[in-house]
Design a protein around this ligand. Structure first.
Ligand SMILES: NC(=O)c1ccc[n+]([C@@H]2O[C@H](COP(=O)([O-])OP(=O)(O)OC[C@H]3O[C@@H](n4cnc5c(N)ncnc54)[C@H](O)[C@@H]3O)[C@@H](O)[C@H]2O)c1
Length: 271
């Protein structure tokens, strides 16, 4: 067995680490010997995730931080540096759609409230940019690190009802490519920035749109499944392999990429 995929001893920060996908990623990294700082919005959720990490023998800390608050992100960075002295991996999972910013079937884009558009774009774009700047700076000093952003299928072609989210995630993709160039050329080729574009996974932020109250598929999710060659939603642990790869020595020549993990959704025309 070689060391290509060995993550033991690395330090990771996972924003949105108490959410559905971020929670699975945090637990998975900790189970692979990574020290994990879980960033979430409420103490209760962060503590819950941390207890899962610790009960399975992993090491972590939980930090309640709004990813849109740069000063609080810097305080979190200080705590992590005091405890572990470095940051090797940043996974930016904080984000998601919001009820106000998701148009109903009856609404048009002209019904959208600017306040809701601003909220969803702020979280999904700046909520990735700010932590990348705060923790990327540590990587710049270390001259090593891997930043993993989470994009979406909403960047590949238009998806009805979610204009703000689509615009923001498209911004995340070009920011991924831009920061990959910036850090490799001005700091070190050992700092890599990539994104994963998940297909459809049932989670806290989208279950009301994808599932009826009795658990059956909504009309919208039937369309999703019809355009997914694998014919199902992703299981929440199915991003972990891509995160592992991008965090590891197996990906030393990989930067600025967007990797779909989508059951074939983005490669299929639908007919
Ligand atoms: N579930 C899917 O099908 C899917 C598909 C494509 C992309 N994504 C993306 O994956 C990421 C994770 O989504 P999820 O489905 O696990 O949803 P989720 O709602 O379960 O997780 C999102 C997490 O982000 C946290 N968060 C939100 N705003 C925050 C803030 N200001 N500061 C700190 N934390 C904040 C939430 O508390 C939550 O824990 C999101 O970026 C989402 O857009 C999800």
């Amino acid at each position: 067995m070689n060391d290509l995929f060995n993550l033991r001893g690395k330090v990771a920060v996972v924003t949105g680490g108490s959410g559905t996908l971020g929670g699975s990623i945090s637990k998975y990294l900790a189970a692979n010997g990574v020290k994990v700082a879980v960033i979430g919005r409420t103490q209760e959720n962060v503590d819950l995730r941390l207890s899962k990490i610790e009960s399975s023998g992993g090491e972590g800390i939980g930090l309640v931080v709004d990813v849109l608050n740069v000063e609080d992100l810097k305080k979190a960075r200080q705590k992590i540096m005091n405890k572990w002295g470095r940051v090797d991996i940043l996974v930016n999972t904080a984000g998601g759609n919001m009820p106000g910013a998701t148009l109903t079937e009856q609404q048009t884009v002209f019904d959208m409230k600017i306040k809701d558009f601003n909220k969803v774009t702020d979280l999904n774009l700046n909520g990735t940019v700010y932590p990348s700047l705060v923790f990327g700076e540590v990587m710049g000093e270390q001259k090593s690190g891997s930043i993993i952003n989470i994009s979406s299928m909403a960047t590949m072609s238009s998806i009805t009802r979610v204009p703000g989210y689509s615009v923001a995630k498209s911004g995340v993709e070009i920011f991924t490519k831009w920061l990959a160039m910036e850090l490799a050329t001005k700091f070190s080729e050992k700092i890599r920035v990539n994104a994963i574009a998940p297909g459809f996974f049932i989670s806290t932020q989208n279950e009301k749109v994808l599932l009826n109250e009795d658990g059956s598929l909504t009309e919208r999710s039937q369309k999703v499944i019809a355009k997914t060659p694998m014919g199902r939603f992703g299981k929440i642990d199915e991003l972990n392999g891509a995160v592992h790869y991008l965090s590891s020595e197996a990906a030393t020549f990989v930067t600025g990429t967007i990797i779909p993990v989508d059951g074939g959704f983005s490669s299929f025309s639908g007919i």
